[in-house]
Ligand binder design. Structure first.
Ligand code: AMP
Length: 399
């Protein structure tokens, strides 16, 4: 993948223009109340910039999975209210069940420079997730310029992030997207070395392409978490009742061989914390990684492993991390993940955390503000690490 050099909101003049911004306002709602507004707050820099530049700012997003029909409990109306408070100005909500309907058209028609309109949940339309032509054209008809600032859906080709760009001359990325491209895209493609990647989480099968792609790029690959037991078994060890994917034993051996051929240092656990049941109340002990007794399951890396992994991070210049080292949701099995998070927090290296569980773990453990970049997209960040082209990124104009 060549370096990504996309036009951003800093490269365009939006004065007097109608600007459609694809945001990620997919916030958790309980009884119509927003329980975590991080995604709304994260969207503010791009929105404020466009307001300050005199654009007519039309916002759109999906929320949950209404499956192509209007579901009142998944309306973006509460987001408009909170957004208005955060911006300190009116946000007109266009409550059209078909998203681009009479309300939206009238609201856009009446806009003055610097005004903000929010459209209804784009997934009220069945065509949205199929990248259908009609809805893409309808969205495009509302605007002169398109801005994509929703990284979480960048690995999907939908009307509101890809289809719409076919009918708009100018399509650029917002600040949130730019940051994801800079770190997950370009830093991984052109890293300062030594470059260390840490992979964990439940399954080898969900990260096959990530392992394969990263082995072409890194100096050191660290593998912990549930997926490490398949590697242990493949090398002839006993893994007891640990998570094991029999179908991936050969794959694990192939990756070990690839690492050798590429001169990549592959670090696997040397010890592991085993439990007699999948519970925070389980009895536990530390055993060698290849000698897990029958009936016991590995739920965290052991202390010696944690030390080795932390040490490997110390001398790195770039570190990418995706997937916890153990079942960190249970405090008894969070220590390995914590030691690795702490090592990342204390290194001078550029530290990039893939979205999803690793981001949750780092934040939960209180190290969030110590990382260079925490990705906002789980699936999208994995696809970047697989070396894939993301449709939502590809659709933006090149510089
Ligand atoms: P992933 O979505 O693949 O990154 O997996 C994250 C999940 O993997 C978390 O919910 C962890 O609890 C789980 N996990 C990590 N280590 C283990 C393990 N040793 N056994 C079972 N599950 C694990």
């Amino acid at each position: 993948m060549a370096a990504l050099n996309k036009k951003s909101v800093d490269d365009i003049n939006v004065k007097g223009q109608r600007v459609l911004v694809r945001c990620d306002f997919n916030v958790p709602l309980i009884d119509g109340k927003i329980t975590d507004e991080n995604r709304i707050v994260a969207a503010l820099p791009t929105i404020k910039k466009l307001i300050a530049d005199g654009g007519k700012v039309i916002l759109c997003s999906h929320l949950g999975k209404p499956k192509g029909e209007p579901k009142p409990e998944l309306s973006l109306a509460p987001v408009a209210v909170r957004l208005a408070e955060l911006l300190g100005q009116d946000v007109k909500f266009a409550a059209d069940p078909e998203v681009v309907g009479e309300n939206a058209k009238a609201a856009v028609e009446a806009m003055k420079d610097g005004d903000v309109v929010l459209l209804e949940n784009t997934r009220y339309r069945a065509e949205e997730t199929k990248n259908g032509e009609a809805f893409s054209k309808e969205l495009a008809s509302l605007c002169d310029v398109f801005v994509n600032d929703a990284f979480g859906t960048a690995h999907r080709a939908h009307c509101s992030n890809v289809g719409v760009t076919e009918y708009v001359d100018t399509a650029v990325v917002g600040y949130l997207m730019q940051k994801e491209i800079d770190f997950l895209g370009n830093a991984v493609e052109n890293p300062e070395r030594p470059f260390v990647a840490i992979l964990g989480g439940a399954k080898v099968s969900s990260k096959i392409s990530v392992i394969n792609n990263l082995l072409d790029k890194v100096d050191t690959l660290i593998i912990g978490g549930g997926m490490s037991y398949t590697f242990t078994k493949a090398q002839g060890g006993s893994v007891g009742a640990s998570l094991l994917e029999e179908d991936y034993l050969q794959y694990a051996l192939d990756m070990i061989k690839k690492a050798e051929e590429k001169g990549v240092k592959l670090l696997l656990p040397v010890d592991t914390i085993v439990a007699d049941e999948f519970s925070n109340d389980a009895n536990t002990k530390v055993v060698s990684r290849d000698a897990i007794p029958d009936g016991w399951m590995g739920l965290d890396i052991g202390p010696e492993t944690a030390k080795i992994f932390a040490e490997a991070v110390k001398s790195a210049k770039t570190v990418v991390w995706n997937g916890p080292m153990g079942c960190f949701e249970m405090p008894k099995f969070a220590e390995g993940t914590k030691v690795v998070a702490e090592a990342l927090a204390n290194t001078e290296a550029v530290t990039i955390i893939g979205g999803g569980d690793s981001a949750a773990a780092v934040n939960q453990l209180g190290f969030g503000d110590k990382m260079t970049h925490i990705s906002t997209g789980g699936g999208a960040s994995l696809e970047f690490l697989e070396g894939k082209e993301l449709p939502g990124v590809a659709a933006a104009n090149d510089k």
